[in-house]
Design a protein around this ligand. Sequence first.
Ligand SMILES: O=P(O)(O)OC[C@H]1O[C@H](OP(=O)(O)OP(=O)(O)O)[C@H](O)[C@@H]1O
Ligand SMILES: O=c1cc[nH]c(=O)[nH]1
Ligand SMILES: [Mg+2]
Length: 213
Amino acid sequence: MELRVVDHPLVAHKLTLLRDRDTDSPTFRRLTEELVTLLAYEATREVRVEPSTVPTPVAAAPGVRLREPRPMVVPILRAGLGMLEGMSRLMPTAEVGFVGMVRNEETLQPVTYAERLPTDLSGRQCYVLDPMLATGGSLATAVRFLVDRGADHITCICLLAAPEGIDRMRELLAELEVPTTLVVAAVDERLNEQGFIVPGLGDAGDRLYGVAD
Ligand SMILES: O=P(O)(O)OC[C@H]1O[C@H](OP(=O)(O)OP(=O)(O)O)[C@H](O)[C@@H]1O
Ligand SMILES: O=c1cc[nH]c(=O)[nH]1
Ligand SMILES: [Mg+2]
C-alpha cells in the first residue's frame, strides 16, 4: 500500500480548524468537504482517462475524458458521508456505492450493517472515503470487500490516520494483488486506550451529525 500525506499549507490550515473542539457542526461539515476536494486532487492522479478531441471555436483540441467504466466512490457510513459532496464536486460523473460500518466500542471490531454496491466491480477504480483511520479494521474490511467484487484499483481518502492503523492496513492487505493507495491530510501520533486517534479530532461521525447512541 502506497501512503501519500498531502503536504500543503491550505490543507494544514483547514485541518487545524477541523481539529479544534470549539468548531461547530456546520463549520466542521464545510471544512470536511473543502479538505476532501483538496485531497481528491492528489488522490485522483491515476484516474483512468482516454483520448478525446473537442472543437474549440478555433480548431480541434486534443484532450482526455474519464474512461468507462466510471470510477466508483464509496463513502463508509456514517462519517464517510460527510466527504461525499467534496469528492463529487471534483468528479461529478463518478458512481456512488455505500457501505455502512460501525466499530464495536469495546472490541474495536467493525460491524457492517449496510451495503449498496454493484455485485460486479470488475475493472473499476474505487475511491473509499472515511475521515478516520484508527485501528484500520473498518477501512481494511471495506477494501477487501471491493477487491472481492473485482475492483482492480483502490484509493482510500482519509483526513487523519494513526500509525497503528496504517501498519494494520499494510498487514491485512499484504497479499492483495490490487494496487492500493492511502491519501491522508496527516498521520497523527498514536491511538489511545479507547482506540481514538491522538491528538485527532474526536469522533468524526458525532462532530458531523451529532452524538449517536
Ligand atoms: O480504523 P477503525 O478502528 O476501524 O476506526 C475507524 C472507524 O470509526 C469511525 O466510524 P464509527 O464506527 O465511529 O461509525 P460512525 O461513522 O457511524 O460514527 C470512523 O469513521 C471509521 O469508520
Ligand atoms: O479518533 C477516532 C477514531 C475512530 N473514529 C473516530 O471518529 N475518531
Ligand atoms: Mg463515529
